[in-house]
Design a binder for this molecule. Structure first.
Ligand code: MN
Length: 317
């Protein structure tokens, strides 16, 4: 084991601890951004991962994200604590609680808001993730799914909940468009488990709570441990107990441009999406949110760069 977070064990690809960084979100929240990072931009089609909390929101507004647009992606909301009310331009009005999944598929365009209700639990803690849509799904109509029940099983002191995709015998009903996995692993103190992994996937693990060891590499909240490709298994242990989230997927080969809330394929597509949001087109209207929609920030004067999953710039963006 080296001190820089890279670990190589016989027969296993190196794992790399990506530290993440704090980002202010709205007026009341700071989040820990775990994807994209340099140089690791994606894990499978997972292209954006923010961890938030645990934040004390007693007598505070909690999450207050006004209506804003999305294109080219799915949003996944996963709570450990708290309560969030989702509204979108399809007319969806959905409260999400810990252990449930909100999955919003933007397709060509959707807008939504997320807020802690006036009466809310004292803690907010969870993940906000984006999944990049492949070419054949990104122009489709928008869709919203809420899954109150997800497949889960407990064995050897580990409770596994499959949020998207499948792991072992557990398969999530959530609809995704590329081979993808998202699963929560809740480890009791002293738990040890061997995850069976697919060699055609790449994987990463993050901790929402507590410390764990993954094939000898230490994982604590605030970092993302990238496990690479070609891995058949990972041994996860925790002395004191931990709540982890496993991300996996087939490497996503389509180069992307990400800007603000948009995932696209070119600078021109991003500029068009911004223009249409500003004009009130394409992304519909969120009804019932007490406040104004978010204006798009100014675009850079230089062309936005198209990047592949390794962060390499492509010409012709
Ligand atoms: Mn959003």
């Amino acid at each position: 084991m080296s001190t820089d977070g890279a670990v190589t064990l016989a027969g296993l690809p190196a794992s790399v601890l990506l530290p993440g960084h704090d980002v202010p979100l709205g007026r009341y929240t700071t989040v820990r951004r775990l994807l994209p990072q340099r140089p690791r931009r994606m894990i499978g089609a997972w292209c954006f991962v923010d961890a938030f909390g645990p934040d004390d929101v007693l007598n505070r507004p909690g999450m207050q994200v006004p209506p804003h647009p999305h294109t080219g992606l799915q949003t996944v909301t996963w709570l450990v604590a708290g309560e969030v009310l989702h509204r979108d331009s399809l007319g969806s009005l959905q409260t999400i609680l810990p252990g449930q999944l909100n999955l919003m598929t933007s397709g060509h365009g959707i807008s939504h808001s997320e807020e802690s209700p006036a009466e809310h639990p004292p803690l907010m803690h969870g993940l906000q993730l984006w999944v990049a849509l492949p070419e054949d799904a990104r122009h489709q109509p928008a869709r919203f799914e809420h899954h109150a029940e997800l497949p889960a099983a407990t064995a050897g002191g580990v409770t596994t909940t499959v949020v998207v995709g499948e792991l072992g015998a557990l398969r999530s009903p959530a609809r995704v468009h590329t081979p993808l996995l998202g699963a929560e692993l809740l480890l009791e103190a002293g738990a040890r488990t061997e995850l069976k992994l697919r060699t055609d996937f790449e994987y990463g693990l993050l901790s929402l709570d507590g410390a764990a060891e993954v094939d000898g590499a230490e994982l604590t909240p605030g970092g993302l441990l990238y496990l690479g490709e070609e891995r058949t298994a990972a041994t996860v242990t925790s002395t004191g107990g931990a709540r982890l989230f496993l991300l996996g997927g087939e490497p996503f080969e389509e180069p992307l441009v990400m800007w603000w809330n948009f995932v696209a394929r070119s600078d021109a597509e991003i500029r068009q999406a911004r223009e249409e949001w500003t004009a009130g087109d394409r992304f519909g209207v969120v009804r019932g949110y007490a406040g104004e929609a978010l204006p798009a920030p100014a675009l850079p004067t230089t062309k936005l760069k198209v990047r592949d999953r390794h962060g390499n710039t492509l010409s012709g963006g």
